[in-house]
Design a protein around this ligand. Sequence first.
Ligand code: UDX
Length: 450
Amino acid sequence: MKNICVVGTGYVGLVTGTCFADLGNNVVCVDISQEKIDMLRAGKMPIYEPGLEEMVERNVRAGRLSFSTSYEEGLDGAEFVFIAVGTPSGVDGEADLRYVRMAAETIAHTMTAPLVIINKSTVPVGTGDWVADIVSRTQPQHIDFAVVSNPEFLREGSAIADFLSPDRVVLGSLNKDAAEKVAQLHLALRAPIVVTDLRTAEMIKYASNAFLATRISFINEIAAICEELGADVKEVAAGMGYDKRIGRYFLDAGLGYGGSCFPKDVLALEHMALVHGTHPSLLRAVMDINRDQRRKVVHRLRQELGRLQDKRIGLLGLAFKPNTDDMRDAPAVEIGNLLRSEGAQIRGYDPVAMQVAARYLPDIILAEDPYDLAQDCDAIVVCTEWNEFRHLDLRRVQASMRLPVIFDGRNIYDPAIMSDLGFRYHGVGRSHHINGFNDVLVTPAMPSGL
Ligand code: UDX
């Protein structure tokens, strides 16, 4: 059992702190926002994450988890402090490190005993050294400390499972003892632990996210080619995925990646590359393709409906992906704004992101459910692949629309069935000509020699 302080009760900080408490450690989560701390003390979650509320409650009750606005309280007796504050995109896509700086300075002022400072936030390569420098320059008197980079790989919607069963834990430090201590904290997770230097650890995070974003843009580019050549990208991805060197993950064509990480991280990596004189042409292409995925929908709507002025368009799903209410860089936001700028009337429905949606798309008319959304619509755009949308009474949806046009931005419906139901159906990378053979047949492996 260790004493841990976590600075920042956003997504990453709250999940990290709560999971470490659940592993039996004493954790104090510190945030400068009194409002957030009050909420958390009252048992309310500032974010939507399945399973988090129960886990917070359990650990608060057990006396292992508490919340405070005071660094003194957080660092009292702590051996480890995690910095998990936001690093939004600043000008030119450069990560804005003001919150990291504030956290580092305050830690330096407040610490009274040796401390391992762990950077959890996604920060540009070199930030670990910068934090070490800030702390040693700010400390009123010298107290031993070490900086360790420990990037997070948590997906929204499955963050707790991702924390507790990670594919790997990455630790970077110039101080072997400190890295060893942080490795001990993670032993219970029984995951491979990669120990390296600070800069390499920081780069592993960017390279991982940029690679996943690249896979998504790759399959979206293949989807565009499939559309022209009469192939079906879903089946192409399935066929590719059996190759162990490729795998099936992150090959779903659609409206592109969104959320708080991929867009920001690819942009920040491109910025770092440019500043250091390299030519990140692949990263640029990844971002261009991603942006075009959203624009293409609006273009196709124009082709289907003519002028969009006063057309009623329903956005089915608003969050950037299912199981979250997060709308940061959600395709629905950009598509909604583009449609509004052409005078269309936007309606929207999402199982959990309705409140948040009003902030991102102030003109949106929110519907009670998918059927209410469909009422008199000229077209529906599926923006998020919530499971409940897969099981809709599509006949009812079709019957209540003014025009039965559907843009399935997440490829959740079967083109042949949609066509039989009378929809004018458009998927992403799915041929307009229905081949009538849409199942991937998997036969048992042939005995060798046949
Ligand atoms: C991601 C990383 O997975 C995580 O490791 C990192 O720490 C934070 O960023 P998250 O943003 O929660 O997590 O979302 P994720 O589930 O990875 O999806 C990212 C985006 O890619 C979503 O917009 C999703 O819709 C899109 N996506 C994903 C695709 O378009 N196609 C795919 O095949 C997979």
